[in-house]
Design a protein around this ligand. Structure first.
Ligand SMILES: O=C(O)CCC(=O)C(=O)O
Length: 276
């Protein structure tokens, strides 16, 4: 993996993220891109932008990405040997010319935008500054998020940005996002006065590489203002000792958990059978 496992863990714990980790061979990358193109043809780009949620349960090629030995080598270096896949989602920002005016906007945006055609035409999808743990009602272990690039992900097409070290500040308050176009389904953001934007670092990736980040790391991304698609596969992993909690502030449920490494002696999550 370039970095040794122990180095990945040390860096990850200090900074809250590690980026530029090579994962897919050129052949694996091509296969994944071809399979994704098939989904684009089948469902259309409005759908594939953000609605391919937990499809590792449906498509064996997606499950294979989530269980890729190189991905798991890194994840187990951080979380230990017994790991559960919590959730997955493709997140794709299309080139400006392909983006429909509704792509990437959540339903509340849609309600606000009705009747304001001119304004909606200028909205480009972005991801507001947030922490993943704000969404996950669970305790007993950290969440590691993988961002696996199917396209080159650079500044101009809206690569992920992180605030290094921000995972050490605990869970920050979130509020409804002020700007339209936030791709996050619950449309939340950390108020800007709490985001140390001067410390923000871009995580550019070549297609086939991944970054990982801690569930408490503050991160987000700008719109894609280029002519190039930016498609990533986001996968969340937890150690098997983690457990779901009832938290009305963090109501996300876990319907598609899969043990991807080692053993689950706890059975805290009711895994479903993939439809593969
Ligand atoms: O794809 C992006 O720009 C944001 C992804 C994200 O928020 C995440 O991976 O947790």
């Amino acid at each position: 993996m370039g970095l040794e496992r122990a180095e990945v863990k040390t860096l990850y714990e200090k900074e809250g993220y590690v980026t530029g980790i090579p994962i897919l061979s050129p052949e694996e990358l091509q296969q994944a891109r071809d399979a994704f193109a098939e989904l684009e043809r089948k469902f259309g780009v409005d759908y594939t932008a953000y609605s391919l949620h937990n499809v590792h349960m449906k498509y064996s090629w997606v499950m294979a990405l989530a269980k890729h030995p190189r991905v798991l080598e890194v994840i187990t270096a951080v979380l230990g040997p017994d790991v559960l896949l919590l959730d997955s989602r493709f997140i794709c920002k299309y080139p400006v010319s392909k983006q429909s005016k509704t792509q990437g906007s959540n339903q509340e945006d849609e309600d606000q935008k009705n009747g304001s055609e001119e304004e909606s035409d200028s909205i480009l999808p972005y991801v507001a500054w947030h922490q993943d743990m704000k969404y996950w009602g669970l305790d007993g272990g950290p969440v590691v998020s993988v961002w696996l690039a199917l396209d080159d992900s650079q500044e101009e097409n809206g690569a992920l940005q992180v605030i290094p070290g921000s995972h050490c500040s605990g869970l920050l308050p979130h509020r409804q996002a002020k700007l339209s176009g936030n791709m996050l389904s619950v449309n939340q953001e950390i108020p800007e006065e709490l985001v140390e934007k001067e410390k923000a670092l871009l995580c550019p990736l070549f297609a086939g590489q991944m970054s990982i980040h801690d569930g408490l790391l503050v991160h987000g991304s700008d719109p894609n203002t280029s002519g190039k698609r930016r498609c990533g596969f986001v996968i969340r992993y937890v150690p098997t000792e983690a457990y779901p909690i009832q938290d009305p502030e963090r109501p996300r449920c876990f319907h598609a958990t899969v043990v991807v490494s080692g053993h689950d002696k706890y059975n805290h999550f009711s895994s479903q059978k993939p439809e593969l």
